[in-house]
Design a protein around this ligand. Sequence first.
Ligand code: NAD
Length: 428
Amino acid sequence: MAEKSFNAFEMAQAQFDQIADLLDLENGTRKFLRTPMREFSFTIPVHMDNGEVEVFQGFRIQHNDSRGPSKGGIRFHPQETIDTVRALSMWMSWKCAVVEIPLGGSKGGVICDPHNLSAREQEQICRGWVRAMVRNVGPAADVPAPDVMTNAQHMLWMLDEYESIQGSKNPGFITGKPVGMGGSLGRTEATGYGVIFTLREALKELGLRPDNTLASVQGFGNVAIYAIQLYTQMGGKVICVSCWDQKEQVSYAYRKADGIDLDELKGITDRFGGIDKTKAASLGYDVLPGDEWIEQDVDVLIPAALENQVNGETIKKASNRVKIIAEGANGPTTPEADEIIKDRGIFVIPDFLANAGGVTCSYFEQVQSNMNYFWEKDEVLGKLDIKMTAAFQAVLEMSKKKKLYMRDAAYVIAINRVAQASKDRGWV
Ligand code: NAD
């Protein structure tokens, strides 16, 4: 029998069904929330540099906007599918709800590979995406952002197209803009710092002082670097990081028993978060196979690279000393690993709570853009801390009250909030 291929939307629906059972959600509400409210699938014709016309497929899925305008990134990817975008839009609804920001969930995409497109061709795709969606997006309806293989430049082209059509300035149409062009200070740090705000609370809950703890981190990109920076400032020590070696197409872990030096490692890291192996060795780091990041004798594991890394096999190699897993990446832990983590009594800060600092700061960017008044960095990060801490405490309280695994507690809160808003509006 052929193996069934992985379908992200089926997985998102299965997760939802499990929590819907737990919440005993009414049938109508259940049917409504397990399917996106609106789906747009459209073509984007582009005059290519070679004179031919190429037609790209674009998507926007708005899962639920009962709690406010929907929010979600736009991905450019050659393997993009409508089901991936559907799943991601649903996860955005839960992520915004769990940190209690007044936004719904959406996601967009275009099937394309920016590596093989000139800047002009990419600009035409961005402008075409906006022309196709202009009636159904906007500051009060649905606000896009960067995601896989899209960046601040793409967001500016999209903003420019939107404003040209509207005939007015509307910086709140999109987030992820460069600072000085409507972007928010603190956005670069937001996701990594958010992970550590929640970790700080988890340590408190377990009666641990950060300066008595060691951590190992998978990844050395945006999320990992700022997580390491704040954790180190709190007194914690990171003894191992791992990353992908682009040249050799394998991952390596870099270990220093008395703690890695963040600035030293950043100085030998490329823009994709890959550390120079030879230079690291000459600086006294042990160079290990990449998988060994999870085997270190530490209190805290921070997966901050990609999905499916903490799985049934790898979690068995984690040291007995591990007390907390703070999920910086999206979907780093498989359901099989979850069962082992539960048995071992390891405390998990689930991904859509731990890494929600990014979308929370994007919400702050939306607010600042709509006012055309921009906050100082300390103000942004202070507000972020308040939001993340409150969200963590609410999930912790739910997990204690109902004796739920932290991931399930986070889902219960998020799904309940979206269900309630949909009900209060009289939709279900
Ligand atoms: P990034 O591209 O900046 O960094 C990714 C890092 O992972 C790099 O250091 C890379 O070398 C490493 N890596 C890749 N494959 C690896 C492997 N097999 N083993 C070890 N390391 C590997 O990405 P990022 O923005 O830091 O995002 C990391 C994760 O966090 C992703 O799952 C992303 O979806 C999630 N996330 C990011 C944000 C954000 O604001 N950046 C927000 C929410 C969630």
